[in-house]
Each structure stands twice: as C-alpha cells, then as structure tokens.
Design a protein. Structure first.
Ligand code: E4P
Length: 215
C-alpha cells in the first residue's frame, strides 16, 4: 500500500515527501502546464528527493514515443517511470521499454480490457482514472475492484495505481478494493490526517493536561 502525489508543483510536493509517507509522484501534461514550468525542470528539481516520478511522453508515432522515452530514462535513470497512454502505440512502447527493464505507467485506463493489455505489455503500473469515470456516470471504484480481481486470479505483477482520485474516502475504498497505490492531489493527502473528532478530543486532552499539571 503506497501513496503517490499527483502534482507538478515542487513547493507543494517536497514538504509532503519529507513526511516519509509518500513513495512517488505522478505528473501529466496538464499538471505540468499548471506549474508554469518546463517538464524537465520539474523532474530535475524533484529528482533529489523523489525516487519514482511518472513522466508522461507525448509523441506522434512509435519511433518518437520510444525515442522520447529512452531520452527520459537515460537522463533520469531509475527515478523515471515512463508514462504512456493506453493506445496501440502506447502499449507497443510499453512492451519495448518493459523488455529493457524500464518502468512504465500505462495511463488513461478506463476498462478492464485496457488493464489486461497493459499487464501483458509488461507495465509496472496501470492507472485507472476513478474520478473521470465517476464524472461520466461510470463506476470508477468498480473498475478498481474488477482489475484487482483479474490480476489476483492470474497472479499478475502489474500494480494498480488508482488515479484521478478527488476525495479521502475514495483513497480508503480504492485500497480496500485492491489498489496497490493511490496517486492523490496534495489537498486530498492533507485531508487524510484530518478528523473533527481528533481535533475535539485533542482540545479536551490539552485542557485536562493543563488542569492536572501541578508545576
Ligand atoms: C494520474 O496519473 C493522472 O495524472 C491524474 O490522476 C488525473 O487526474 P484528474 O482526472 O483529476 O485530472
């Protein structure tokens, strides 16, 4: 059970990584755009503190996908997880990279059949998009359960990386249904430690402690 941060804002990521509770970071072109920075600058800055960064490759054809992937992998080494879309070319890229021992995250997964192909292509991670499925009246967490069931029955090594998670409850449910990793926005990570009854209980304990200490 691992948590990744789904963000490209270095100043948000680093303090939370230092908590020791975060095992990796996932980025995508939209998150990079929000950061207002060049993707390579973001990866370089994170690379001192984060041991697993999903770096999405954007390309037009298979040779370009492979070329861009290898450039990232050569430059960043074991820190780089190459992120490719679950398309025909993305899966071929995945197979090529996986055969060379490079970690691949197959992203934009919306069905069990896509997850099966990603696993057969040797993906380290398969990323079903829970929130985007829910946005479209589909059962995002149901897909996590379905993939988990298939992967367990067939002893598949590919890890389920639940993505597009928008709330703390979905994190717990995704893990409960078999996700190996949840990648979450910093807001969701911060929310996971919060509980109104914790705050209330702590106020009471602080108050009672002060009342009982003699000196
Ligand atoms: C994960 O790898 C994706 O980048 C991300 O979770 C997408 O989330 P969104 O649907 O909230 O954009």
């Amino acid at each position: 059970m691992k948590l990744f941060l789904d963000s490209a804002i270095v100043k948000d990521i680093l303090p939370r990584v230092k908590s020791g509770l975060i095992s990796g970071v996932t980025t995508n072109p939209t998150l990079i755009k929000k950061s207002g920075r060049d993707p390579l600058d973001v990866y370089r800055e994170l690379s001192h503190d984060v041991s697993d960064i999903s770096m999405e490759v954007v390309a037009q054809d298979l040779p370009q996908f492979i070329d861009e992937s290898l450039k990232l992998s050569d430059y960043f080494g074991d820190i780089a997880t190459i992120k490719v879309p679950c398309t025909d070319i993305g899966l071929k890229t995945c197979k090529y990279l996986a055969n060379r021992g490079i970690r691949v995250n197959v992203t934009l997964v919306f069905s069990s059949s896509q997850a099966i192909l990603a696993a057969l292509a040797g993906a380290t991670y398969v990323s079903p998009f829970v929130g985007r499925m829910d946005d479209n009246s589909l059962n995002g967490l149901g897909l996590i359960a379905d993939i988990s069931n298939i992967f367990q029955k067939h002893k598949v090594d590919t890890q389920i990386l639940a993505a597009s998670i928008r709330d703390t409850q979905s994190v717990a449910r995704a893990f409960g249904l078999g996700a190996n990793i949840c990648t979450i926005p910093v807001k969701v990570f911060d929310g996971m430690s919060q509980h109104v009854l914790t705050d209330k209980g702590l106020d009471q304990f602080d108050h009672d402690y002060m009342a009982s200490v003699k000196n």
